[in-house]
Design a binder for this molecule. Structure first.
Ligand code: G6P
Length: 614
C-alpha cells in the first residue's frame, strides 16, 4: 500500500525514482509525486493518476539533482487529487516527506498545530506529520534526525516515511512502524530506499531492512546510522538480496497477471520441491518437524488471513479436517482481531499472507501471540514482516507476484497447506501411509495437470467473449470446490468490475436462485468426485430457471456436458487437489473478460496489492 522510493548519491535521483515508482506501482496507483533537491532548490512535482502521468508532468522541467524522494499513493485520507498526492511540504517549505500508512492521532496534532498558525493545504495525515516534525525542530532546535525521532514518539499508527531537507542535500531520513522499508547500500556512496526491494535490485544486493520503530539517518559522508524511537543506537544488519530481476519483469506477456497465471506449473512445483520425498513417502517441513509435539497435541487450528489468502485458508479447513482430524476455524483477520477471541491451550494459529505485510493479519498474529497461541506463517515474500512475526512457518516460494489479483500465490498457498496437512496427518497417524503416499504422488502430478488446463485458454477466451457484458455472475461449488467458487467470483469482480458472488451450490436455493434468469451466467465447478451427483442436481435447478451454465468438468464427463451451455475440461485428480487445478480456468476467464472490457488487469481500480493499513 503506497510505494516509496528515495535516492541519495552522485548520480541523478529522478530516473532512479521513476523506474522505482513504476516497479512499486502495484502497491497503489491513484496519484504519484517526486521531490528532488539540487543546489538548495527543492523541486516538487505531483499529480493525480499514474506514474506515467507524473512523467508527462515533469517532462519539460529540469529533473537533475542527486537526492530525491518519490511516492505512488493508495488514498486513505483525502480523495486522490494533485494536492493530496505526496510528497508533502512543511509550512516553511523546507521539508518534503513521503509516507505509507496512517497516522491515527493526526486530527489532534493538526488541531494543536492549527491553533498555533499552521495552515494545511491537503486533507492528508501526512501533511500533518511533516508540519509536526517542522514544529518540533523549530521548538527544540535539534537536528532534523532528532526532530523526526521526537515527533514519531508522539505519533500513533503505522508509517514508513522518508524526509528530505532543502537545506541539507546530504541526508535522507527514514523511519518505519508496521509498514516495510528497505535501504540499499550501493557502491560509491550511493543509497536507495524503498518500500520493497524491487526498485533497488538492479543497483545493489546489499540491503538493510528497517525494523519497527527504527529511524535511519543516511548521510552522504557518514553513511548509515540507525536509532530506535526510544533513542537506542542499533547496528545496521546488512543482508544479501536474493531477488532476481527477471522475476519482477513481464517476460514477454502483456500483463503480470497473465505471466503469473502461466507460471503456475513452475510455482506449484517450487512450493513442494525439496519437501516431498516420494521414494520414502515423507514430507520434510522444518516448521512441522521442529514442533511435532505441538501439532500432535493440537486441539484446534485457527486460520487468519484476508482476501485470496482467506480462500486458501478455507481450502485448508477441508484438508486439515479430512486428513489430520483437527477442527479448524477460518477467520477474516480483520474480524478476529477486534473480537475477544477465545484462545485455548493447544490452539495453533496459521496466518496466510502472500505479501507478509497485511496489517489486519499482522495484528491478528500479535493478538493470538499475546494470548499464548503457537503461530505458523504461510508467506510468499521472504523476510516479510509476517514471516518474522510468527514462531515458525513455511514459505510458498511462488516468486514475486506483481498483478494485484492474486493467482500463483493462491495455488502455491494451497499446495503448501496441503503438505502441512499431510505431514500433520502422518505425525498424528490419522491417514494410512498408503493414502499419504498416493496423495503425495497425486500432488506431484498437479503441475502437469495445470499445464494441461492452461491449454483450455482458447475455449475460455470464447466463453469470456460471450459473457463479457454480463452485469452479474454466480459461482457455485461444493466441498473443496466451494472456496474455488468464492475465489472465481473474487477474481472476476476485482479486475472486470462485474458483480459476482460465490456460493456453496446447495445454498443457492436459499436466496441467489432468485437472481437466475436467461441473462445470468452461472459458473459451476462440477468435477467428478464426492458431491458430483448433488452438483448435477444444482445445475438442473439453474437450467430449470433458464440460467446459463458454464461448467468445469472432469475430462471425459458426459452428464454435465449434456446439461451445460459450455464446459471446460480439466484432468482428473483427487477431490482434495481439485482447487489447485480448477481455479486456473477461472483465473483465465477473469483475465480475458477484463481485457475485453478494457480494464487494467494488473492495476484494477481502488485496489492495492499489499494492504498495510487496517
Ligand atoms: C489485497 C490484495 C489481494 C490479497 C489480499 C491479502 O486485497 O489485493 O490479492 O489476497 O490483499 O493479501 P496478503 O498479502 O495478506 O495475502
Amino acid at each position: 500500500m503506497c510505494g516509496i522510493v528515495g535516492y541519495l548519491g552522485n548520480g541523478d535521483a529522478y530516473p532512479v525514482m521513476i523506474k522505482g515508482l513504476k516497479r512499486l506501482e502495484y502497491r497503489g496507483y491513484d496519484s504519484a509525486g517526486v521531490a528532488i533537491l539540487e543546489n538548495g532548490d527543492l523541486k516538487l512535482y505531483k499529480c493525480k493518476g499514474k506514474v506515467a502521468d507524473l512523467e508527462n508532468l515533469v517532462e519539460k522541467s529540469s529533473k537533475t539533482g542527486g537526492i530525491g524522494i518519490g511516492h505512488t499513493r493508495w488514498a486513505t485520507h483525502g480523495v486522490p487529487n494533485d494536492v493530496n498526492a505526496h510528497p508533502h511540504l512543511s509550512g516553511d517549505q523546507k521539508l518534503a516527506l513521503i509516507h505509507n500508512g496512517i497516522i491515527e492521532n493526526y486530527a489532534s496534532i493538526k488541531a494543536e498545530l492549527q491553533s498555533r498558525g499552521h495552515i494545511f493545504l491537503s486533507d492528508t495525515d501526512t501533511e500533518v506529520l511533516v508540519h509536526f516534525i517542522e514544529d518540533v525542530r523549530a521548538k527544540t532546535g535539534v537536528p532534523l534526525f532528532e526532530a523526526v525521532r521526537m515527533a514519531l514518539s508522539e505519533v500513533h499508527g503505522a508509517y514508513a516515511i522518508v524526509v528530505i531537507d532543502k537545506e541539507n542535500p546530504n541526508q535522507l531520513i527514514a523511519a518505519k512502524k508496521s509498514s516495510p522499508l528497505v535501504i540499499g547500500i550501493g557502491s560509491d556512496d550511493e543509497y536507495f530506499i524503498a518500500s520493497d526491494a524491487t526498485p533497488i535490485i538492479e543497483y545493489t544486493k546489499n540491503v538493510v531492512y528497517l525494523e519497527d520503530e527504527e529511524v535511519a539517518l543516511i548521510d552522504r559522508k557518514e553513511g548509515l546510522k540507525i536509532v530506535t524511537i526510544q533513542n537506542q543506537s542499533k547496528t545496521p544488519y546488512i543482508q544479501a538480496l536474493e531477488l532476481k530481476l527477471e522475476a519482477i519483469e513481464k517476460g514477454g506477456y502483456d500483463s503480470f497477471m497473465l505471466k503469473e497465471i502461466h507460471e503456475q506449473p513452475r510455482s506449484i512445483r517450487d512450493s513442494f520441491r525439496g519437501r516431498i520425498n516420494l521414494q520414502h513417502g515423507i514430507i520434510k517441513m522444518s516448521g512441522i518437524d521442529d514442533h511435532k509435539d505441538k501439532w500432535i497435541a493440537a486441539n484446534r487450528i485457527i486460520i487468519v488471513a484476508c482476501g485470496t489468502s482467506w480462500h486458501a485458508g478455507l481450502v485448508a479447513e477441508y484438508l486439515f479436517e479430512e486428513f489430520a482430524r483437527i477442527p479448524v476455524e477460518v477467520e477474516y483477520a480483520s474480524e478476529f482481531r477486534y473480537r475477544d477471541p477465545v484462545i485455548m491451550p493447544g490452539d495453533i494459529v496459521i496466518a496466510i499472507s502472500q505479501s507478509g505485510e497485511t496489517a489486519d493479519t499482522l495484528a491478528a498474529i500479535e493478538l493470538a501471540k499475546e494470548r499464548g497461541a503457537f503461530i505458523f506463517g504461510v508467506c510468499n515474500v521472504v523476510g516479510s514482516t509476517i514471516s518474522r512475526a510468527t514462531h515458525t512457518g513455511a514459505y510458498t516460494h511462488a516468486g514475486p507476484e506483481i498483478g494485484v489479483a492474486s493467482t500463483k500465490a493462491f495455488t502455491a498457498q494451497v499446495t503448501v497447506l496441503y503438505q502441512i496437512a499431510l505431514a500433520v496427518a502422518q505425525a498424528r497417524q490419522t491417514l494410512s501411509q498408503d493414502r499419504v503416499t498416493r496423495l503425495m504422488a497425486e500432488l506431484n502430478s498437479v503441475p502437469d495437470k495445470v499445464e494441461e488446463v492452461l491449454k483450455t485458454n482458447a475455449i475460455v477466451e470464447t466463453i469470456a467473449e460471450i459473457y463479457k457484458d454480463s452485469r452479474n455472475a454466480l459461482y457455485l461449488g461444493r466441498g473443496y470446490s466451494f472456496p474455488v467458487a468464492l475465489e472465481g467470483a473474487l477474481k472476476l469482480k476485482e479486475i472486470s468490475y462485474i458483480h459476482a458472488e460465490g456460493y456453496p451450490a446447495a445454498e443457492m436455493k436459499h436466496g441467489p436462485i432468485a437472481l437466475i434468469d436467461e441473462e445470468m451466467p452461472v459458473f459451476v465447478i462440477a468435477t467428478q468426485g464426492q458431491s458430483y451427483e448433488k452438483v448435477v442436481s444444482n445445475i438442473q435447478e439453474v437450467k430449470a430457471r433458464k440460467g446459463k451454465i458454464i461448467a468445469i468438468v472432469t475430462a471425459g464427463d458426459k452428464t454435465v456436458k449434456e446439461l451445460a451451455d459450455h464446459v471446460i475440461e480439466i484432468p482428473k485428480t483427487d477431490d482434495s487437489l481439485v482447487p489447485i487445478v480448477s481455479v486456473i480456468p477461472l483465473q483465465l476467464l477473469s483475465y480475458h473478460v477484463a481485457v475485453m472490457r478494457g480494464c487494467n488487469v494488473d492495476q484494477p481500480r481502488n485496489l492495492a496489492k499489499s494492504v498495510t493499513v487496517e
